[in-house]
Design a protein around this ligand. Structure first.
Ligand code: AP5
Length: 224
């Protein structure tokens, strides 16, 4: 079967994690979200977490040398042989180059970069209301996608919390970092014919249907 080597790109709160939860089930892909990996490391107080924590709290990017290693290690795993879904990586041109180098070392290439687009006002609204399950990271929104019982995850009954970097001043800074350092990657991937754009302001299921249909077509085309 053809590989699906995928990147999810988009501003904070675009819905990358929300869509990833669904796409992982659809296409049975290993999912590597650098934000989730780093947050877990901070919680465990591991060496990686100690290196990353202060940057994350401010909404700045964690240094490339710390993050690149995390991703390179994962895409070389047996579980990722048929593809992977990267979320939150690459986030600047240096990380994109490191990913290209690693893929070419493995004799592989990117299949597509999925860009979910939403405007800043919507980002602020979504992140102010986002709640995350402490156990498995399931995502909710207090108005747009509320759990059945306030503060409790529908899927595993664990507590729902707000992320430290979802405070409004940090969200504004994360948006600036995205605009300055990450958004230029869209043009880079567009020029390489890899970029697929999705209107993230639509409902969760509409965005999902659109991405799923696009990926199904890409997979079919690559198998022809
Ligand atoms: P990371 O965890 O990657 O955060 P992010 O990119 O800012 O993205 P988010 O997780 O905030 O948003 P999302 O797009 O996944 O939205 P979600 O689906 O949750 O990174 C955090 C930090 O880690 C960085 O700031 C940095 O410090 C560090 N880091 C990570 N990777 C790094 C790297 N490569 N290099 C250096 N540093 C790195 O949805 C948001 C909300 O909206 C939810 O409540 C959801 O229910 C709701 N929602 C989603 N879709 C819809 C919809 N269609 N309609 C209505 N509501 C919706």
């Amino acid at each position: 079967m053809a590989q699906l080597n995928l990147i999810l790109l988009g501003p904070p709160g675009a819905g990358k994690g929300t869509q990833a939860e669904r796409l992982v089930d659809d296409f049975d892909l290993p999912y590597y979200a650098t934000g989730d990996i780093l947050r877990a490391a901070v919680k465990e107080e591991s060496e990686l977490g100690r290196k990353a924590g202060e940057y994350m709290e401010r909404g700045d990017l964690v240094p490339d040398e710390v993050v690149v290693e995390v991703v390179v290690d994962r895409i070389d795993r047996t579980e990722a042989e048929d593809g992977f879904l990267l979320d939150g990586f690459p986030r600047n041109p240096e990380q994109a180059r490191a990913l290209d180098d690693e893929l070419s070392r493995l004799g592989r290439e990117l299949t597509a970069v999925l860009l979910i687009e939403v405007d800043d006002d919507e980002v602020v609204r979504r992140l102010a209301g986002r709640r995350v399950c402490v156990k498995n990271g399931h995502l909710y929104h207090v108005e747009l996608d509320p759990p059945k019982r306030e503060g409790v995850c529908d899927q595993d009954g664990s507590k729902l919390v707000q992320r430290d970097d979802d405070r409004s001043d940090t969200v504004k800074h994360r948006l600036e970092v995205y605009r300055d350092q990450t958004s230029p990657l869209a043009q880079v991937y567009e020029e390489r014919g890899l970029l697929r754009r999705f209107d993230g302001s639509r409902s969760t299921s509409e965005v999902h249907d659109h991405i799923r249909a696009t990926l199904a077509t890409l997979r079919l085309e690559s198998e022809l």
